[in-house]
Unconditional design. Structure first.
Length: 317
């Protein structure tokens, strides 16, 4: 199994997929092999794929997105690694995708939540709300993608592998400058030790051999400690861990006494809802959020509607 999984990793890295995608695909392929008693996937086919993916929905009750990810990983295995033609598998018991309204903070609740964290935690949480960033988009920000002159942030390879431009709130510009000063001091310290490398996407490291040590490519929010890159084994400095920001936001919600099941993404939902509430058009908000379909953005119009579609209850009379 290990040799096959090594081939999967190599194929994924050749196509420049993210490390998180690599980990997810390898995990699902391993589970698929174990599910059928460690039989080699070449002995299996569309029928077994359908059985396994249906089991995820019926037996394990996974979410629809999780089931889709598992199916995509198996199709990648057969088509890209084993070179076995497998058509899209239709005979699958699909997990139901529930339509739920997102949790959104009021302006007062947002103010209370953002008033709790300090330092880097406050700055990253403020960017989630003030710029509408996703969690990973925030902590993966690189120095070159922050434009103080235009007060804008360029999000690289967001969801769907798309770039977009969003706003940089003036109120966080100065704190962000100070954060960059701290990050630069850390980078210069690494350079003095003969390090200072950072992960570069795609083939940029080969095309521009010196770029990985240049300041403009460094992360805005670097990790406090260096670590070994799982792809190369080389010691370098990655971005801060997403769990640090998740814990900080969860703690801030509890400390603020907000009785909602909120998280980091709730700040992004609140960004969109409050812009809509202010009167900005749905297309502008769609571009700032990076949604491919305006119907995805329209969910915030439903959140904004007053209870009962704005209808006055007869009890009030």
């Amino acid at each position: 199994m290990s040799r096959l999984l090594d081939r999967v990793r190599k194929a994924i890295r050749t196509r420049h997929y993210s490390i998180r995608t690599e980990e997810a695909y390898v995990r699902w392929i391993r589970e698929y092999i174990l599910f059928f008693g460690k039989r080699h996937p070449e002995e299996l086919g569309a029928k077994e794929i359908s059985t396994f993916v249906s089991h995820l929905a019926v037996g394990r009750r996974v979410a629809a997105t999780t089931q889709t990810q598992a199916l995509s990983s198996l199709l990648f295995l057969y088509r890209e690694v084993l070179n076995v033609p497998v058509e899209w598998v239709d005979d699958i018991e699909r997990a139901k995708r529930p339509r739920r309204l997102p949790v959104v903070f009021t302006r007062e609740e947002t103010r209370a939540v953002l008033g709790r964290p300090r330092g880097e935690a406050w700055l990253t949480a403020s960017l989630l709300y003030g710029s509408g960033l996703r969690l990973m988009e925030c902590i993966r920000l690189r120095v070159k993608d922050v434009d103080f002159a235009r007060l804008q942030i360029t999000v690289r390879e967001g969801k769907g592998n798309k770039d977009r431009i969003t706003m940089l709130p003036p109120s966080v510009a100065e704190p962000l400058r100070r954060q960059l000063e701290r990050a630069k001091a850390l980078h210069e310290s690494d350079l003095r030790e003969g390090l200072g490398h950072v992960y570069l996407p795609h083939a940029l490291a080969r095309k521009y051999p010196n770029a990985e040590r240049e300041w403009c490519w460094q992360y805005v929010f670097p990790a406090s400690k260096r670590s070994n890159d799982p792809r190369t084994g080389r010691e370098q400095r990655h971005h801060m861990a997403e769990t640090a920001l998740q814990k900080a936001v969860k703690g801030a919600i509890r400390a603020a006494g907000v009785n909602k099941a909120g998280n980091c993404h709730t700040l992004r939902h609140s960004f969109a809802t409050h812009l809509l509430e202010t009167g900005y058009d749905i297309r502008t908000i769609q571009e700032l959020l990076g949604h491919a379909d305006v119907q995805t953005t329209m969910i915030y119009a439903h959140v904004l509607s007053r209870g009962g579609k704005g209808v006055r209850s007869p009890l009030e009379d």
